[in-house]
Design a protein around this ligand. Sequence first.
Ligand SMILES: *[C@@H]1O[C@H](CO)[C@@H](O)[C@H](O)[C@H]1NC(C)=O
Ligand SMILES: *[C@@H]1O[C@H](CO)[C@@H](O)[C@H](O)[C@H]1NC(C)=O
Length: 375
Amino acid sequence: MLLFISLLIICVPLGGDTSTISCYNDQGDAVDWFYVYKLPKEHGGKAPIKGEKYLLMNKGGEGWTDGKYTVNDTAGALGRTVGQLYSQGKNKEVAYILYNDQPPLKDVGDRWVDNSGSRGGHTKGVVLLDKNQGFWLVHSTPHFPPVQQAGEYSYPGSGVNNGQNFICVTYPLDRFQTIGEQLQINQPNVYDCDVPESLASLVPALAAVCKKKHPSGLIFPHVKTVSNRSVTLTSKDGTNFISFAKGSSFNNDLYHSWVAPTLQSNLLVQFWVRSTGILPSDCSRGWRVLDIQSISPGQTFTFKTSQDHSKWAVSTKAAGSGAGGGWVCVGDINRNEAEEKRGGGTVCLRDPVVWKAYRTAALECEACGGGTIKC
Ligand SMILES: *[C@@H]1O[C@H](CO)[C@@H](O)[C@H](O)[C@H]1NC(C)=O
Ligand SMILES: *[C@@H]1O[C@H](CO)[C@@H](O)[C@H](O)[C@H]1NC(C)=O
């Protein structure tokens, strides 16, 4: 008994840095970053995939691994990470921002109302932090996640049929001011937030994003002149990500006009193709940006991009084979005309394992000028 008590005293840190707000993996370990590829519902096949399955890749891993749970389970990486928002309750020491151009459906008694908006940023994410650290999750899922008041984590049925992507990065407190500035450029539709006084002075940009929430599209007068900005965001454990954020005045294709020349890399881009004004593959001005047509992440099964709502881009070539190469970007902007004029962006990482995982997922691409080629 005495031994047990002395062990407790040694092992439980007294005060100090006891923060645990972080991205978590399927084993329940705090991780510096993870990628989740929620697979689409498989049509046909011997053992059809229901649509709640996912692949997971976290720092230190060797590529995609099968998710141990389903995306709607609070024990899995996504549920455990986002679930921290609900287990905290309203907490004076915790700040959060939930934003989505397609917020959760509103129950007005006799029916569910869809408040999806064509104004403000085409951007989706979750920010959760305390005075030490937190995470920024960027994703593609409509109507996700529930408001804090819902009291528990859930995954919407509307996000089940199609493929979806999630990138979660754990950052120390001071990065969240920069993240707030990127969000101001993105003009997100904030549908739930709280930046308590104890944190507002530490991350004023996030406090401003929370204050400016507006039911019918967002107005950020003081940042109107900034059309886009890219910044390096170093994670808690020292991994460098590049965040690209654009506003409506950018008025151009994110990938061909900005990401490819900045990373000095030709890109293959997966995005939602079931909308109007889709931009064809573009090989002009020295950069080849090709639209992906079929995908097989982790060689699970092959599906068409029309079943995948995720938005990601991968360098054609590995790092070390020319100037750019080896990049993966996951974000919230599609290649279509309307989204040239919408806020949003992408978060990029140059990591050989992540690059291989996404590069091998891209099977068929649209050639410049039309036709299908091997990516
Ligand atoms: C997740 O969704 C599946 C399919 O709808 C359901 O069978 C399962 O019970 C759900 N799991 C949780 C933890 O909600
Ligand atoms: C904004 O995007 C343009 C490309 O359209 C790029 O040349 C410029 O450097 C970007 N500005 C910032 C601040 O990143």
